[in-house]
Design a protein around this ligand. Structure first.
Ligand code: FAD
Length: 410
């Protein structure tokens, strides 16, 4: 392989450039990134940047030292795969870039709110999204004491921005269509445990309320209600950024369909050894969970690149992690590891009304997932047990005084 092109200049793209050089790829390396900035980290955008504690989140990746040609501020618009089954070209706003190895790392884009309008209408209603450093700076500038801020969506990012906005002295209302926060990812029972955090921080949380339209001055709710807002943040989820791959012959199904080695699969169901996908845009086959996963979290963007680089180098490698993410909200460190879909039951560790607790999802004596609140040790130990596919004594697990690792039957 002589020419590798990476499309997408986020964490996953940058880490793949590093991983390729570590895997002794010595050919030409080009990184095409739609944003005009060198690769930067996104988690601080809703935390330190939003709090005013950080301005710059540039990653410690030296593209020059990696002999990686950056084409920043350039967008890929199409992919042509060679008929021969190897190589092709990417159409970009900087012209065609030929490759014999391709890394797809185009991440994800926030979902727009139906009824929120676009262009000038959205600007007049002061609608924000939060994905880029520019978004973060614009939103941060709006968080001034006394401003009325409405946040649509009580998910991870909504909660983090609500934390920062309340701290800045804004009057914050979070509107959520589901009956509890975090419902989409954590389910109703666990999501309900986070509801009291909002009031504690002085944030109004409206549950089970849908937004019908965003207008200058506020939100129109589907039930006819109205919320005053000087600024509106829409954070109702993201979708994989794969539009540019339409018609390429690659299978797209909630992301770029890749096998367990992160090789992109064609519409005919054949994996391409010369095309890999990493990070938020990759929907990989997990043998561990017997299903396709697409995890929109930092750990995937950090760790999938090593496997992708090995795959492009023709070495056997499999990506099959226990998913992990964290969130910092309302003064709490919330961490999650595992995959709980289909789990049979929940086991609490500690009092969820207190400051430090955890909840575990189990199937029989198998630990499927854990969510911890200010209990990082529980998280680390549970993650190790899940990675080793170990079993657990549910009775011991329910005792918060027993370390999670000691709940493993000997
Ligand atoms: P991205 O970071 O989205 O990078 C993709 C890049 O590709 C972008 O720069 C994009 O402009 C570019 N691109 C897209 N299309 C094209 C194209 N056609 N041509 C060229 N370039 C293109 N995860 C956690 O685990 N914990 C957290 O606390 C956490 N906090 C977060 C807070 C915020 C505000 C956000 C936005 C995300 C957060 N995440 C968190 C998620 C984490 O940041 C992402 O999972 C990670 O950034 C994904 O990296 P990526 O490189 O796959 O995609």
């Amino acid at each position: 392989m002589e020419k590798v092109v990476i499309v997408g200049g986020g964490l996953a793209g940058a880490r793949t450039a590093e991983a390729l050089r570590r895997a002794e790829f010595s050919g030409e390396l080009t990184l095409v990134g739609a944003e005009p900035y060198p690769p930067y980290d996104r988690p601080p955008l809703s935390k330190a940047v939003m709090m005013g504690d950080a301005e710059d989140t540039t990653l410690d990746v030296d593209l020059d030292a990696l002999r990686c040609r950056p084409l920043l501020g350039r967008r890929a618009s199409a992919l042509r795969l060679a008929e021969t089954g190897a190589g092709g070209a990417v159409t970009t706003t900087a012209g065609e870039v030929a490759f014999d190895g391709l890394v797809i790392a185009t991440g994800a884009t926030p979902v727009a709110l139906p009824g929120a309008g676009e262009g000038a209408a959205a600007e007049a209603a002061r609608i924000h999204f939060l994905r880029t450093i520019d978004d973060a700076r614009a939103l941060r500038a709006a968080l001034r004491a006394g401003r009325r801020v409405a946040i649509v969506g009580a998910g991870w990012i909504g909660a983090e921005v609500a934390t920062a906005a309340a701290k800045a002295g804004c009057r914050v209302t979070v509107v959520e269509a589901a009956d509890v926060p975090l419902a989409a990812t954590m389910g109703a029972e666990v999501g309900a445990l986070a509801a009291s955090w909002y009031a504690e921080a002085g944030v109004d949380l409206l549950l089970g309320r849908k937004v019908a339209a965003v207008e200058p001055g506020g939100l129109v709710l589907a039930d006819g209600g109205w919320i005053d807002a000087d600024d509106v943040l829409v954070c109702i989820g993201v979708r994989p950024e794969t539009g540019w791959l339409a018609g390429s012959g690659l299978a797209l199904d909630n992301g770029v369909v890749v096998d367990e080695s992160l090789r992109a699969v064609t519409e005919r169901g054949e994996p391409r050894p010369d095309v890999v996908a990493v990070g938020d845009c990759a929907a990989w086959w997990s043998a561990r969970y017997g299903r396709r996963l697409r995890i929109e979290h930092w750990d995937t963007a950090l760790n999938s690149p090593d496997v992708a680089a090995a795959t492009l180098a023709g070495r056997p490698a499999i990506y099959d992690p226990v998913p992990y993410f964290w969130s910092e909200q309302f003064g709490r460190m919330v961490q999650y590891a595992g995959w709980h879909q289909g789990a049979e039951r929940l086991v609490m560790r500690g009092d969820p009304g207190g400051r430090r607790w955890a909840v575990c999802w189990l199937t029989g004596d198998r630990l499927d997932a854990i969510l911890t609140v200010d209990k990082p040790r529980d998280l680390v130990q549970a993650r190790r047990i899940m990675a080793a596919r170990g079993h657990i004594d549910p009775g011991l697990l329910a005792d918060p005084e027993v370390p999670v690792r000691n709940a493993v039957p000997s």
